[in-house]
Design a protein. Structure first.
Length: 298
């Protein structure tokens, strides 16, 4: 019995020494190789643990013997918008480690609308809108004045014969009755004050009246004047500007009236025509009343 127990004891001591010998051999090999292979699994396990402290956003410090794979820049750029919209900084292709944030995406520029066309400011240019194109008769009259000269063009004997000069006025809507009456009075006074330098009267006759037609085609003209001249030369001298621009050859009284009436008038229509010679003669004969006869009322 003593021999059996002794052998069993020897066997147990040898079995108990086996683990110690194995651990000693492993530690000796690790010391001789200069590395600790157990650190890598521990570091990887530590990296898999979520970090909740402020140090989670600090840059990762390299650990000797531990490699941290980082995704390629192309992959990060391609997945950054999706990761940013989902509020995640991990799970991208390539395995970005905790603590490594994706690069910030630049804000998209807001399109700025193109400025509109510049609007001119300030007062309107002097002269207002362009003057209407001259008609055929107006161009012919002005050409005639340039060809024969203003002295002959405004002479009393230039193209003798009766000439009707019709003027229609459209007054300012805010004109008062007194202002309108003064415009009419001054126009009618031209029959007496319009004279040449030698005192010769320019106007043969003048009349006026208020618009009373019910046809509805008056176009707002409220006052009409009919001026009669004994020649086209007298008409040319009376009209003056813009046909005759030299003050030596136009009526100063008519020019003064135009300046006075301009603020009260917003529209003027002028129509001239010459009476045939035989019609003018009949008009003069009808005006003569024989003694002892009364004129019939028409």
């Amino acid at each position: 019995m003593t021999v059996r127990y002794r052998r069993m004891a020897e066997r147990g001591s040898v079995a108990g020494m086996a683990p110690r010998l194995v651990l000693g051999v492993v530690l000796s090999g690790a010391i001789l190789s200069g590395g600790v292979p157990v650190i890598a699994p521990l570091a990887q396990a530590h990296a898999d643990v979520p970090e909740t402290s402020a140090a989670a956003h600090a840059p990762v410090t390299p650990v000797p013997g531990v490699s941290v794979p980082v995704a390629a820049p192309e992959a990060v750029a391609a997945t950054a918008p999706a990761a940013q919209s989902a509020g995640a900084t991990a799970g991208m292709s390539g395995g970005v480690s905790a603590g490594v944030s994706a690069p910030a995406v630049a804000a998209r520029p807001v399109p700025v609308p193109a400025p509109g066309p510049a609007v001119p400011t300030g007062p309107l240019p002097v002269g207002g809108p362009a003057a209407p194109e001259l008609g055929e008769e107006a161009r012919a009259v002005r050409l005639q004045a340039a060809q024969i000269g203003l002295r002959a063009f405004t002479a009393p004997d230039f193209h003798p014969g009766k000439v009707r000069h019709i003027v229609l006025m459209r007054f300012l809507p805010t004109i008062t009755d007194a202002q309108r009456a003064e415009v009419v009075r001054r126009f009618m006074a031209l029959g007496q004050v319009s004279r040449r330098d030698n005192g010769q009267q320019v106007i043969a006759d003048i009349e006026t009246g208020v618009q009373m037609s019910g046809e509805g085609v008056d176009q707002g003209f409220g006052q009409g004047f009919v001026v009669t001249f004994n020649s086209e030369g007298d008409r040319n001298y009376y009209v003056g500007k813009p046909v005759v621009s030299d003050p030596a050859y136009f009526d100063p009284a008519h020019e003064a009236f135009k300046k006075f009436a301009a603020p009260y008038i917003i529209g003027v229509l002028v129509f001239d025509y010459a009476l045939p010679a035989h019609q003018a003669q009949r008009t003069r004969r009808a005006a003569v009343i024989r003694p002892g006869m009364t004129q019939q009322q028409g």
